[in-house]
Design a protein around this ligand. Structure first.
Ligand code: PRX
Length: 701
């Protein structure tokens, strides 16, 4: 066993830095059995993808795809930071994920759909069947919905096989899809419809969640209303049925606007659509994510670079072979699902499992039963799900006869204790683990170990992925040295093919959010001058492994998903009773962080439990249940700086029972004490130290 040291707490730091202290963890090593079958075993990969070979190294990923026309320039840096990848190349993403596998894998399952109710049979969709279904839908989208290359379509669907079918049909036509997570509310969907300028909404009638058939179509009505208010009319709503031939929603269909896809598709039976040969730089999809200002950002991802990056990382880092049964338990409505349920695995002719429902439904053994029944050998999930499974059934995995060779964790920092349970109990000590750090903006993994090459270290994501050169800067633009024990802002020094192209319709915000902070020279066309700022805190250990601490901006990571505090606050302010709202993260045993809300009331309004309830309901309606606050505190006033800035950091400290630090410079320091008493009770003793993301929350002031 490697030595386990307590790091000293006495790391010296400046104002621009934060000291962190954690125990160095022991290394774990991949088994010879895993290494023997792995896609990437040659340590020379590090050299091949070193800075000396950048950007040409990424040819290795692009060559995993089938191109209609090969590119002439690997990386074009003429308009920084709007990098262009594989310029001059042409390809079709759907062709790469479907058509090209037919010769060899026609009869192999591309997708295996596991419905939540165990009484319903598992459904396998072969590559041939996927090809037929995608072609028929593409014909319908073109000829019935009038969609053409470059149009945007909003897809608000649950986890059913028709969701990847719909995405691939769009990709076949060069139509830009914008998938909105099925659990988001109609309002959230409507705002995304408006921002993307979609005139077609594709949705579903219903789906199962926790044993209940949910009415999903109801969201479409609200979405259309909100989109209309924001100036975007929707001509057609195309509705998939969860059970073929059976409408599972109580919401009426609107004649002339709403159409059932199973019925309309009959008219396109057997039609084939030539895949449109797209420029490598043509947008493939938009994926909205929360930023530190209120409005969600439409991350625009390109066709060639994105697909090359997810294919390469799926092959090398997920170790996917066509013979594997791969199960990523994320929702396709998030970037993880796009990259590592749909585009990455299918580009490699893998078999990708889709599970409709809740991991612990109807009991804590469900996930392991699915793994056993389908003989899943690669498993991919988030720390939240791991914590939940560990809590609800710590010994359940032992009861089932499945064997994972590889497991992924993504979305949040994983506690070493939880990592060890994942490794020993879920992985039965046989599986390698990759802890993959990345973001919606990034397309694919940025930091992770190479599973057959690098040792694993619980709680650490690992070094940069091949061709990714991370570094840590402090607030004074100085690089923080490895092994110093000091935290800073993790940045990526170089462009990579998976990075988003821009924020849909907002070039300035793209530059401002990700590049302004550490840009060395705005006039420079040299990529070295444009580090990418990820807005996460991190520490770099002496061995080059990065440990991610969490967000440094006003974004809360709930169960691995980013929610903008401003978005939640503006939802509260839609209630006339609310004068001010502040949202902060609190530690939650299962979900990592959840929002907690502070509100002050409009003059003349009296505090009551009903108002707190109303706030919760409003947030659920406007954003979705994922944003439900742990508690709502009605306070007489908010702590503010003299310039009137709301001090979320102070409220976050109070919510998490941490010391509030120096508050003497506030405009109203006495408010802090009364709020603290209200939340923690009289005489409560605050803890001095807490998680670094909470200490940094709201930015350095
Ligand atoms: O804070 C980091 C955290 O999740 C954020 C990205 O969230 P999102 O765009 O929703 O994408 C989630 C899935 C890619 C990051 O800024 N995060 C993601 N992966 C990890 C992580 N934190 C720690 N360890 C990870 N492996």
């Amino acid at each position: 066993m490697a030595d386990i040291r307590e790091k000293s707490n006495a790391v010296e730091t400046s104002n621009a830095q934060i000291a962190v202290h954690w125990r160095e963890e022991e290394y774990f090593y991949p088994s010879p059995k895993f290494i023997g079958q792995a896609n990437l075993t040659d340590p020379a990969v590090t050299e091949r993808f070193s800075e000396e070979h950048f950007p040409e190294c990424f040819k290795e990923y692009a060559d995993m795809l089938s191109w209609d026309q090969y590119w002439h320039t690997t990386l074009d840096t003429n308009d920084p930071p709007f990098w262009k990848w594989f310029v001059g190349g042409k390809l079709n993403a759907c062709y790469n994920c479907v058509d090209r596998h037919l010769d060899e894998y026609k009869n192999k399952a591309a997708l295996i759909f596991v419905p939540e109710p165990e009484r319903e049979p598992v459904v396998s969709v072969t590559y041939q069947e996927l090809y037929v279904r995608v072609n028929e839908l593409a014909a319908l989208l073109r000829d019935f919905a009038g969609l053409k290359t470059g149009d945007r379509v909003t897809i608000h669907m649950p986890m059913i096989p028709e969701l990847p079918v719909t995405m691939l049909a769009c990709a076949r036509l060069g139509v830009i899809h914008s998938v909105v997570f099925g659990g988001f509310s109609g309002e959230a969907c409507g705002r995304r419809i408006a921002d993307s300028g979609s005139r077609i909404l594709i949705t579903a009638d219903s789906y199962y969640r926790n044993g209940k058939l949910m009415d999903h179509k109801a969201n479409a009505e609200i979405a259309l209303e909100v989109a209309q208010q924001e100036g975007q009319a929707v001509d057609k709503v195309l509705v998939w049925k969860r059970h073929r031939g059976q409408y599972g929603s109580a919401t009426p269909m609107v004649p002339g606007r709403d159409f059932f896809l199973d019925e309309e598709l009959l008219k396109f039976s057997g039609e084939l659509v030539e895949p449109v040969s797209m420029d490598a730089e043509a947008p493939l999809f938009l994926m909205y994510t929360s930023g530190s200002t209120g409005k969600p950002k439409g991350c625009q991802h390109r066709t060639g670079g994105y697909l090359a990056y997810v294919a390469g990382t799926s092959k090398y880092l997920q170790d996917i072979h066509p013979t594997d049964v791969y199960w990523c338990m994320a929702d396709i409505g998030w970037i993880t699902g796009h990259s590592y349920i749909v585009y990455g695995p299918l580009s490699l002719a893998a078999t990708s499992v889709l599970y409709e429902g809740v991991p612990t439904f109807p009991d804590a053994g469900r996930v392991w039963r699915i793994a056993e029944r389908l003989d899943v050998n690669i498993f991919h999930t988030s720390p939240t799900a791991i914590r939940m499974l560990r809590k609800s059934g710590p010994d359940e995995p032992k009861k089932y006869n499945y064997h994972f060779k590889h497991m992924t964790t993504v979305g949040e920092p994983i506690e070493p204790e939880v990592w060890r349970w994942y490794h020993d109990t879920v992985g039965k000590g046989e599986a390698v683990i990759v802890d993959t750090w990345w973001q919606t903006e990034n397309g694919g993994f940025l930091c992770t170990t190479k599973p057959a090459i690098d040792p694993m270290k619980p709680g650490s994501a690992g070094p940069g992925a091949p061709g990714i050169y991370p570094t840590i800067f402090d607030e004074d633009n100085q690089e923080v040295t490895a092994g110093s024990g000091k935290a800073g802002n993790i940045c990526i020094r170089n462009p990579w093919p998976g990075i988003m192209q821009t924020i849909w319709g907002d070039r300035d915000r793209f530059v401002e959010q990700y590049y302004r902070k550490y840009c060395k020279d705005p006039k420079s066309k040299d990529w070295h001058d444009w580090p990418y700022f990820a807005a996460d805190g991190a520490v770099l250990a002496a061995d080059g492994y990065l440990r991610i601490l969490g967000r440094v901006d006003d974004v809360i990571n709930v169960a691995g998903h980013r929610l903008g505090t401003k978005e939640i606050e503006s939802a509260c302010l839609t209630l006339p009773e609310i004068a001010e709202a502040a949202v902060v993260p609190v530690v939650d045993e299962i979900k990592g962080r959840v929002p907690e809300v502070y509100v002050s009331l409009a003059p003349g309004v009296k505090a009551s439990p009903e108002i707190a309830d109303k706030v919760t309901k409003t947030i659920e309606t406007i954003i979705g249940k994922i944003a439900r606050p742990k508690r709502v505190h009605i306070v007489p006033d908010m702590p503010k700086t003299r310039s009137g800035k709301l001090m979320r950091r102070v409220l976050a400290a109070i919510s998490n029972n941490l010391s509030t630090g120096d508050i003497t410079t506030l405009a109203n320091p006495d408010v802090v004490e009364s709020v603290r008493e209200m939340v923690q009770g009289k005489g409560a003793v605050a803890v001095k130290d807490g998680p670094d993301d909470l200490k940094q929350f709201g930015g350095v002031d």
